[in-house]
Design a protein around this ligand. Structure first.
Ligand SMILES: Cc1cc2nc3c(=O)[nH]c(=O)nc-3n(C[C@H](O)[C@H](O)[C@H](O)COP(=O)(O)OP(=O)(O)OC[C@H]3O[C@@H](n4cnc5c(N)ncnc54)[C@H](O)[C@@H]3O)c2cc1C
Ligand code: FES
Length: 299
């Protein structure tokens, strides 16, 4: 059964729509790399609304442990033969209770889902967009790139495409070659310039992904905008680099979350306000994507 209910819009700043709650059926699950999986979930109502950079919460309907839902970013929307949104795809890495449970589930199993949640990345508007991702932080950018290249439309009503970027660069950092998932299928084959870095040097640049961004900035075709998602120290380093280079950038924060829709305040992060002071903002409703110059990493 695929029952759908609607969570009423809370009218909170940053909350753009009412999220749907549904029981979603797992259609497919694949292991992509070390501790890294891809899953396809059937949930047409959420798939029709969700934008690249937004997220959704998942929990198991059969278990009280873990009791709380867990947030995951949209990787992509899959469609039926008539092009209608049928469900969502996401990628995850196993770190604890829920993600390890997810990795044991198979096609036909059910999950509770609520979303879409959060704001998403802004529409790409021409120029040279550099994406900087670390670890599983690459997943939000599959939809971003498909939309930027006019290969897919998202949202209800579908949001307009922006201006196609002149160039798309994808700088991706992982621990080792064994942890790299989906780079060819999702990025290189779409015509994106891929630059890899690994901590152990097993593939690509031996070192930090941020060094790849610095190299791009020093080249004769530097980025005109940067989107970033990954571990906090990496995003902090990216913030410093783009500030120095005066390049507009957006960061997608991954603070732990309990409710996902603004009620519990478990996800707050210090964010600079219009008057220059900072205050704690709920990443689940005001974010997870913030302009880089608004994020305070050392409050
Ligand atoms: C907006 C958003 C989008 C996300 N998208 C994805 C995604 O697409 N794919 C993916 O694999 N993960 C994603 N995450 C992270 C994911 O939600 C956590 O990995 C997941 O909640 C872990 O659940 P668990 O029960 O397996 O681990 P738990 O048993 O809850 O925790 C295991 C360990 O991981 C730590 N941990 C839990 N959550 C986080 C976090 N957010 N950041 C750092 N440490 C954490 C805990 O403190 C603990 O030490 C996202 C998080 C956010 C906020
Ligand atoms: S997760 Fe509950 S307020 Fe953000």
């Amino acid at each position: 059964m695929n029952c759908t209910a609607t969570i009423p819009a809370l009218g909170l700043p940053g909350q753009v729509m009412a999220a749907a709650q549904a029981t979603a059926i797992i259609r497919e699950q694949r292991k992509l790399a070390e501790r890294t999986y891809w899953m396809r979930l059937e949930c047409p109502d959420i798939a029709a609304q969700i934008l690249p950079g937004q997220f959704f919460m998942l929990r198991s309907p059969d278990r009280s442990d873990p009791l709380l839902g867990r947030p995951f970013a949209l990787l992509d929307v899959y469609r039926d033969d008539h092009g209608q949104p049928r469900g969502i795809e996401f990628g995850y890495v196993t770190v604890g209770k829920f993600t390890n449970l997810l990795s044991t589930m198979t096609a036909g199993d059910e999950l509770e889902i609520w979303g879409p949640l959060g704001n998403g990345f802004p529409i790409v508007n021409g120029g040279h967009l550099a994406i900087v991702a670390g670890g599983i932080g690459q997943t939000p950018f599959v939809g971003v790139i498909r939309e930027a290249l006019w290969k897919a439309r998202y949202g209800q009503p579908q949001r307009e495409w922006g201006k196609r970027p002149r160039r798309l660069s994808f700088c991706y950092g992982a621990r080792s070659q064994a942890n790299i998932a989906g780079v060819n299928e999702w990025f290189a084959q779409s015509g994106v310039d891929v630059h890899l870095a690994t901590d152990d040097g097993s593939v690509g640049h031996h070192g930090y992904v941020t060094q790849l961004l610095q190299k791009l900035i020093a080249s004769d075709d530097p980025p005109t905008a940067v989107y970033c998602c990954g571990p906090e120290p990496m995003m902090h380093a990216v913030q410093k680099i783009v500030t120095q280079a005066n390049i507009p950038a957006w960061l997608s924060l991954e603070t732990p979350m309990a409710c996902g829709f603004g009620a519990c305040f478990s996800c707050v992060a210090p964010i600079v306000q219009d008057d220059g002071t900072w205050d704690y903002k709920r990443v689940c409703v005001e974010g997870p994507v913030f302009p880089a110059d608004r994020v305070v990493f050392e409050a």
